[in-house]
Design a protein around this ligand. Structure first.
Ligand SMILES: [Ca+2]
Ligand SMILES: [Ca+2]
Length: 319
């Protein structure tokens, strides 16, 4: 049961060959291989090769079960062949000369089974010893684009009214699949099921807080500070080592990257929104609408009795 794709890249239509074990011990003809091909007109040829080139005996035939919509959930199950889902069957027919062949369609009803149809484009032939050929246009197989298939060896009873199924190729309840390609290349793949687009990548982690230490003194009660910023939200915290009267953070401006002027703060930071809380030991300023660049401000106090260290913490956030 080895499948081998025989089609060359770019060749019109498609072709494939499937090999079956031989001498499995079944009654009737022993199928060794099934070769399938189709042309661009949709004519599909099934070549059933019998083991050792043996020709069909007068009481033997070949039955080909076809799941022509490649859907095991539709169609019928017959006499233990495969796992069902067969929509059509091709049969060599009764051993008359010349042999006829029959196109059958699965029918439901009380007993299920297959009903003979007008053969349509079906032709069968026996071009060499041990070779049975069915040819049929896909239009007579439900406009099939591909088939799951099982070939079965048959033995007719003496009255030629019933047949006994023997060798199945492939056996074990499985099927072979053949794609009917029209044109030089396979059809485009079926649309992929809807998938949720991947979430956008998270923003880069904000820089860790930057600390700056400044010193105020009785003779220097106001100190300029400039810190680089990258995020739209910045929390500035000024913490004094000792309480200071009038401790404040003032003249805050945002100089976007590429702008060097600090002579006028009015035009530089039109979207800046500031919330400030003050105490004698600490000033916190929450700033939003910050553009990447620099934040400049002054830390001051009204009265600085003696040299006092202050820690300026800059915490940057995206939200
Ligand atoms: Ca076999
Ligand atoms: Ca089916």
């Amino acid at each position: 049961m080895v499948a081998a794709v025989l089609s060359a890249p770019g060749a019109a239509g498609n072709s494939a060959g499937f090999s079956d074990e031989t001498a499995e011990g079944s009654v009737g003809p022993d199928i060794a291989r099934v070769e399938v091909s189709n042309d661009d007109a949709g004519n599909v040829t099934f070549r059933i090769l019998l083991a050792n080139g043996a020709s069909l005996a007068a009481n033997q035939g070949i039955w080909l079960s076809l799941d022509t919509d490649e859907n095991p959930a539709t169609g019928g199950y017959i006499m233990g062949v495969g796992r069902g889902g067969f929509d059509y069957a091709l049969d060599t027919g009764r051993p008359v000369a010349p042999r006829l062949c029959t196109r059958m369609q699965e029918v439901g009803g009380t007993f299920g089974g297959f009903m003979a149809l007008d053969p349509g484009s079906l032709r069968c032939s026996y071009p060499a010893p041990g070779v049975v050929v069915f040819q049929i246009n896909r239009s007579d197989l439900g406009a099939s684009n591909g088939v799951n298939l099982v070939a079965v060896g048959e033995v007719y009873d003496a009255a030629q009214s019933r047949s006994l199924f023997g060798d199945q190729a492939p056996g074990c309840g499985v099927t072979w699949n053949y794609k009917i390609y029209i044109g030089s290349s396979p059809p485009p793949p079926a649309p992929q099921p809807c998938t949720t687009p991947p979430p956008p990548p998270p923003p880069p982690p904000p820089p860790s807080p930057r600390n700056t230490t400044i010193v105020l003194s009785p003779t220097r009660t106001s100190v300029p500070v400039s810190v680089p910023v990258k995020t739209p939200i910045v929390d500035l915290t000024v913490t004094a080592s000792k309480p200071l009267v009038g401790l404040d953070l003032v003249k805050l401006m945002n100089v976007p990257a590429g702008r060097t002027s600090s002579s006028s703060s009015s035009g530089l930071t039109p979207a800046l929104r500031i919330t400030k809380h003050r105490s004698a030991r600490k000033v916190t300023v929450h700033v939003t609408g910050v553009k990447a660049g620099t934040l400049r401000f002054r830390v001051k106090a009204k009265r600085v009795p003696r040299r006092t260290g202050l820690k300026v913490t800059v915490r940057q956030r995206y939200k």
